[in-house]
Design a protein around this ligand. Structure first.
Ligand code: UTP
Length: 296
């Protein structure tokens, strides 16, 4: 039985790097192509068999709760108007998923957000999927499925997704120090935002985790780091210091789309829009003409 039923999706962050877009709406509700970021995350979790999904929310995030409500009136009126094609877009509402919400009452970092899930998760393994990151175009990725299998096969305390990044970008991320080679590797250490010279690899933590409940005890012991936040990476370090097994798994063909800053948000939007079945081809021609026009 290589499955996990619970996912925790932190969405409480302020999104300051995306201001003013996030002044009165959550970054997790920004559109990438046709859908808000968080819908891709939920669809990914549905595909890997998650049955109960807990959002860690905060001030100004109620539009996320509204989004996952059933909207029978809207569905009824689309049906009466014969708009069957639009009805298909509401399939996600019917997924066999139960949604739960709890508030992170103080923004004390991602580690603290995950700790808020402890009373809900109890003593079970669970997935953490950051609500501001999509894995793969249109969330077509099986990385979490493979991480769940690795979790059961290795009896690890944590399995973490990684993506190769440019060497000079490592200081933005949590970076792995692998103990063994390969796409699935045991981790010796993880270092949060290292200097380029000190980084042990170019493998950056990529927004998806599978945890045994031992992570909660590690989080409780984790001291606030720079800027007073409790870092999830520091809790993973504590697991390693306790002699627990932590595995890493690298993304294969898919990329991580981080909707946390404008540079990667713009890139994600363009890529998803270009992949759109209906509008992608026309957009490609438009963008080509635009670029040629600008360079002439
Ligand atoms: P980020 O650090 O990218 O989010 O966290 P942020 O705090 O919104 O970023 P800036 O610096 O203000 O722009 C990654 C994920 O963790 C959640 C965020 O909502 C995001 O999905 N998060 C972060 C929390 O839920 N709580 C926190 O205290 C911090």
């Amino acid at each position: 039985m290589k499955e996990i039923n619970i996912a925790v999706v932190p969405v409480a962050g302020m999104g300051t790097r995306l201001l003013p877009a996030t002044k009165s709406q959550p970054k997790e509700m920004l559109l990438v192509g046709r859908k808000p970021v968080v819908q891709y995350v939920v669809e990914e979790m549905t595909r890997v068999g998650i049955k109960r999904l807990l959002f860690i929310t905060g001030a100004g995030k109620t539009s996320i709760e509204n989004y996952f409500d059933l909207n029978n009136e809207l569905i009824q009126s689309l049906r009466e108007a014969g708009k069957e094609d639009l009805l298909a877009e509401f399939e996600f509402e019917r997924a066999p998923m139960q949604y739960f919400y709890t508030r992170q009452r103080q923004l004390l970092g991602l580690g603290h957000a995950v700790l808020c899930a402890h009373p809900f998760v109890g003593a079970q393994p669970f997935v953490v999927a950051l609500g501001d990151s999509i894995i793969g175009v249109n969330a077509q990725s099986d990385i979490v499925q493979r991480m769940i299998e690795c979790f059961w096969d290795t009896r690890a305390d944590a399995v973490v997704a990684f993506e190769e990044v440019a060497r000079d970008e490592v200081y933005h991320y949590g970076i792995a120090k692998p103990k063994t080679p390969g796409d699935v590797f045991e981790i010796a250490d993880v270092i949060e935002k290292p200097n380029v010279a000190e980084a042990p690899s170019n493998l950056a933590i990529a927004a998806r985790y599978v945890f045994a409940p031992t992570i909660f005890e590690a989080l409780q012991r984790t001291k606030p780091g720079k800027n007073g936040e409790i870092q999830l990476t520091d809790a993973i370090r504590l697991l390693l210091q306790d002699g627990r097994k932590v595995f890493g798994m690298t993304l294969r063909n898919e990329r991580r789309y981080d909707i946390g800053n404008f540079d990667s948000y713009f890139r994600a939007f363009v890529e998803f829009a270009l992949a759109d079945e209906k509008y992608g081809a026309g957009l490609r021609e438009y963008v080509k003409a635009l670029i040629n026009g600008h360079s002439s």
